[in-house]
Write a protein that binds this ligand. Structure first.
Ligand SMILES: C[S@@+](CC[C@H](N)C(=O)[O-])C[C@H]1O[C@@H](n2cnc3c(N)ncnc32)[C@H](O)[C@@H]1O
Length: 282
């Protein structure tokens, strides 16, 4: 287990082993055969894909070495490998390793995906060996002392010309954060329902910690000379008020495009998530 012995990590492993056990890869295999169509939709309507593939990521990764942390259902690892990248992926959940074995068996990748089994911090990987290191909804699952170790390791593994990019939630406004707990979402009761909320909290794999852009900026500055935070979701967050369907997707598309022209001050304060880019490892 990790050096920072951590109840939260046990909870993460238990939660995600269950979630990804017997995961059906049929959709991923279908998307791999229709990569352009998948990416066209995902990167214009889904915040995490929109964020991670910003700044011509898709065009830049062919034949490049990429490490993905917290690969989960491995859809992103598969898409990057489908685009011709040399992908290594790690997750606490061994179920992710099983998904990768199935993907490699059922799809002819140029470079089969490598799964890094077990505790990533004892990975034995060579320093300066990756062009990109990515994480999608990953860092915020770590307690802050453990996150610091992951960032230090990211800086050791990244080539001097490389780039680390993480898509994470952003909480930059205390008031918005407080309000969101009172609005129930699928799988999470409202804070008004105290007992149900308390029960939900004991199972939740997210630690109580800062998700602020300032935190990620300062955390990155310890190990990288170049840190950039891109707010994402200031307008898109309102898509939750619409029902699933074409109308909602069209709104998301419009919002992701148009929120970029909002004043930086508003965007930073009210954003729902963020793309964090770290370059020039120290
Ligand atoms: C919210 S999920 C995101 C999964 C995937 N990246 C996605 O976008 O769907 C967070 C993932 O981080 C993994 N995780 C949490 N702590 C970890 C750790 N210390 N090392 C590796 N993976 C970890 C969890 O098992 C889970 O798969």
């Amino acid at each position: 287990m990790h050096e920072v012995a951590d109840h939260n990590q046990d909870r993460n492993k238990e939660h995600y082993e269950k979630l990804y056990a017997n995961y059906n890869i049929a959709n991923t295999l279908y998307w791999l055969k229709n990569l352009d169509r998948f990416l066209e939709k995902a990167t214009t309507t889904e915040t995490s894909w929109y964020a991670l593939y910003q700044f011509e990521f898709k065009e830049r990764i062919k034949d490049k070495s990429i490490l993905e942390m917290g690969c989960g259902d491995c859809v992103n690892a598969a898409i990057m490998a489908g685009l011709g990248a040399k992908v290594s992926a790690n997750d606490l959940a061994s179920a992710s390793g099983e998904i990768i074995r199935n993907l490699n068996k059922n799809h002819g990748f140029k470079y089969p995906i490598k799964f890094i089994e077990g505790d990533f911090l004892n990975n034995g990987l060579e320093e300066r060996s990756f062009d990109f290191i990515v994480g999608k909804a990953f860092l915020h699952h770590l307690e802050i002392p453990l996150e610091k170790k992951f960032l230090k390791e990211t800086s050791r593994l990244l080539k001097s010309t490389g780039e680390a990019r993480f898509f994470e939630p952003a909480v930059n406004s205390r008031i918005l954060d407080e309000i969101r707990w009172y609005i129930p979402v699928k799988g999470r009761p409202s804070k008004f329902n105290r007992k149900a909320f308390k029960n939900w909290k004991t199972e939740d794999p997210h630690p109580d910690r800062s998700y602020s852009s300032i935190h990620f900026e300062n955390a990155g500055k310890q190990f990288f000379k170049n840190v950039k935070i891109v707010p994402i979701g200031t307008l898109e967050r309102f898509s939750r008020l619409l029902k699933w369907g074409e109308k909602r997707n069209n709104f998301k598309k419009w919002a992701l495009k148009n929120e970029q022209i909002l004043p930086q001050l508003i965007n930073k304060k009210f954003t729902r998530s963020q793309l964090i880019i770290y370059r020039e490892p120290k």
